[in-house]
Write a protein that binds this ligand. Structure first.
Ligand SMILES: C[S@@+](CC[C@H](N)C(=O)[O-])C[C@H]1O[C@@H](n2cnc3c(N)ncnc32)[C@H](O)[C@@H]1O
Length: 228
């Protein structure tokens, strides 16, 4: 990924965790306002990514919105999952996520606190062989120079036929970048980072027109573990 010279002021994991601890409630209002959960659910429901009995990893699960979008989509498609594992850097976000899982009586979901740039040390070895890794609005918080390595460590967790669905802020979408102190990427930068990480050529998707506004600030990218 090209050096941009506008490295986020808050890319250090401790700063990112402090930001999300402080703004957890604001985050919940923010995503409700823009219907993020419903948008990801619509995206997943209309994709070919879900099947029965899958093992799924939610990378950067936050308060659990992306897990709920996932379980909503599976329910709509009348599919069951084998197991959903999820991790996040911020303890406060994980606390809310735990409460969400309990409130919704969701089963077979395990949570861990982990930094995507340190997964080899921080996640159990059997957190691997996933059919799908969902990574929604997390990787823009990693230092630009670490994006390729972070993607590579997610790729390692996929089953040979597994796929990644990544939602990530667009380079020129300054409102999100300013509010959440995050990086943004062009398609070219994402292609490069995914290739460096060993993924097959990415397919750029879009949120369905029911949630068109989410396309303004986000790339939706699907990639296979291997170049096929
Ligand atoms: C914008 S929220 C997205 C949460 C959730 N995926 C969603 O769609 O609502 C970003 C999350 O990424 C987490 N995060 C940021 N940097 C991370 C890192 N290096 N490793 C793991 N999680 C990270 C933050 O703690 C925060 O919960």
């Amino acid at each position: 990924v090209s050096a941009e010279g506008d490295k986020s002021r808050f890319s250090a994991p401790a700063d990112v965790a402090a930001l999300y601890s402080r703004r957890r409630r604001f985050y919940e209002t923010y995503v409700q306002t823009f219907a993020h959960r419903q948008g990801i659910r619509a995206l997943l429901t209309r994709s070919s990514l879900l099947a029965g009995d899958q093992r799924i990893l939610d990378a950067g699960c936050g308060t659990g919105l992306s897990i709920l979008a996932l379980t909503d989509a599976l329910a709509r498609l009348q599919l069951t999952y084998r197991r959903i594992d999820a991790f996040d850097l911020t303890g406060a976000m994980l606390d809310t996520c735990r409460q969400t899982i309990e409130r919704e009586s969701l089963h077979s979901i395990e949570l861990r606190q982990a930094d995507v740039t340190r997964l080899r040390e921080q996640l159990p070895a059997d957190w691997s062989g996933y059919d799908l890794v969902l990574c929604a609005s997390m990787l823009e918080h990693v230092e630009r120079a670490d994006l390729g390595d972070a993607l590579a460590s997610l790729r390692e967790r996929l089953a040979p036929t597994g796929r990644l669905l990544m939602i990530i802020t667009r380079r020129a979408f300054y409102p999100t970048r300013w509010i959440w102190h995050c990086n943004g990427y062009s398609r070219r930068e994402l292609r490069e980072a995914l290739a460096v990480a060993g993924f097959g050529p990415p397919v750029f998707r879009r949120y369905p027109c029911t949630h068109w506004w989410l396309n303004v600030g986000n790339h939706v990218v699907e990639a296979t573990r291997d170049s096929r």
